[in-house]
Design a binder for this molecule. Structure first.
Ligand code: UD1
Length: 431
């Protein structure tokens, strides 16, 4: 299995570009099942989660072509109405296929999804919403048998603004009869991007990105061309790496307004930020300041996806920072791995207390999940000596060629595929 070998302590600088948003492209790909034609999706990153979505689409009968960062999905013929368990378990977002497959085929069998191990990830909100739209769902062990001769509009009040549930409802209701209203909808930019794609195909979705979303069902959708928004979490990841390790880094191809929930944290750390239309420049002080208290929350709050990476940025800060995780109860697994670098992080219930240390040291660590893996990379870049990061398949779910991108801005990082090669390239392990 691949691992990353990082020789830490190198100053990063220059320019780096971010790819399209993983969390946007996955629901958009699922929703192409609604369109009996060729959807052209641009700015699609090359990620294992995207590959997993493509495998599901192809399994169901769609024809998918990739040319550079453009994916063409021809969903004129859909020949199956079930997704095998192994495909579903590859990623959490596979549950998004439920709404689209059911809308398209009227009957679907889908198993419980997989994804990052960051705590209990129920799908009750998805299921109760689809039932309100007219689906009859029976649970059978690890799979769900769903029928919906026709979806009809409904008023759906979400008890929590779930991103996935909001996406599933939007997808299931664009071709439903009548009007659907989602109250307490998720407001993440990826919801707006999904709605922008579907509206370009002829859907009538109003208010996406706000707490109330209205969808007027239409008869059919026509194919369109859509460019996926930039990945705000990848942007924040490079900014965190820069905060800890850079003189000055410019992150290009970003949407500044999508970064509003995280920008104040960088300012509090003492970083200077400069903005252009689609780029952000970050200059970091010699030693970052602590951040008093961050609490993850639904957008426009501080994103749970940035919790681990910001924690990594704070490891060498001056003072004590506190980060509380309110979205997923199991999202602190990276902490014990970060402490292997010599960090000083304690956990008190759902809060992490980060006592900044002067130095970090190279370590052998594991990625515990996608963003936890990115946190390992950020810490290793700032550690003295060599680090080895295993289970990087987590990182490949959400970052395209992370080692090549970081090398372009001055990091000493390489991917090795087995023990033999690591021994040849790196020599003795550090600790
Ligand atoms: C969540 C994040 C999203 C992030 C993604 C990947 C939030 C609000 N959502 O989206 O920004 O990109 O993870 O890390 O930050 N829940 C239920 N029942 C359900 C669905 C969800 O109780 O049917 C609960 C979850 O247990 C969790 C919370 O709602 O506590 C957030 O879930 P949701 O937004 O649905 O998760 P994702 O769509 O995976």
């Amino acid at each position: 299995m691949d691992k990353l070998i990082i020789n830490g302590g190198k100053k990063l600088g220059g320019e780096i570009s971010v790819h399209g948003a993983k969390n946007s492209v996955l629901p958009i790909l699922a929703s192409t099942l609604l369109i009996k034609g060729e959807s052209v999706i641009k700015n699609v990153p090359s990620l294992t989660d995207v590959d997993a979505s493509v495998r599901i689409l192809e399994y169901l009968g769609a024809k998918v072509k990739r040319e550079a960062d453009t994916l063409t999905v021809d969903a004129r013929e859909i020949t199956k109405n079930s997704v095998p368990e192994d495909m579903m378990r590859e990623m959490r977002s596979s549950i998004i296929f439920l709404g689209s497959l059911l809308s398209r085929t009227k009957e679907a069998v889908i198993c419980y999804p997989g994804g990052c191990d960051i705590g209990v990830r129920p799908i009750d909100l998805h299921l109760s919403a689809l039932k309100k739209l007219g689906a009859v769902i029976t649970e059978n062990g690890s799979c769900l048998h769903c029928k919906a001769q026709s979806f009809h509009g409904a008023k759906i009040i979400l008890t929590f603004p779930s991103v996935g549930a909001t996406e599933n409802i939007i997808i299931a209701s664009v071709l439903a009869k009548g009007r659907t209203t989602i109250i307490n909808a998720a407001r993440e930019p990826e919801i707006s991007d999904l709605a922008a794609f579907l509206n370009s195909c002829g859907a009538r979705i109003f208010g996406a990105g706000e707490g109330t979303v209205e969808i007027e069902g239409v008869e059919s959708l026509s194919p369109c061309e859509h460019t996926v928004i930039p990945d705000r979490i990848e942007t924040a990841t490079y900014m965190c790496a820069a905060a800890l390790n850079a003189n000055e880094l410019t992150v290009k191809n970003v949407r500044i307004r999508h970064l509003y929930p995280v920008l104040p944290v960088f300012s509090e750390m003492g970083c200077k930020l400069g903005f252009d239309d689609d780029s952000v420049k970050i200059s970091s002080p010699k030693r970052l300041k602590r951040v008093k208290h961050i609490k993850t929350a639904p957008y426009p709050g501080f994103p749970t996806d940035c919790q681990a990476i910001v924690m990594a940025a704070l490891l060498k800060s001056y003072g004590v920072s506190v980060i509380s995780e309110s979205i997923f109860e199991g999202r602190f697994k990276h902490i014990s791995e970060l402490n292997r670098f010599g960090a000083d992080i304690a956990v008190n219930d759902r809060s992490a207390i980060i006592n900044g240390v002067k130095s970090l040291y190279g370590a052998n660590v594991y990625c515990t999940d996608l963003r936890g893996g990115a946190a390992m990379v950020i810490a290793a870049l700032a550690a003295e000596g060599k680090s080895s990061i295993r289970d990087i398949y987590h990182i490949d779910r959400g970052y395209e060629k992370i080692e090549e991108n970081l090398a372009l801005i001055g990091a000493d990082v390489k991917r090795v595929s087995d023990e033999k090669e690591e021994n040849k390239d790196v020599g003795q392990e550090q600790r």
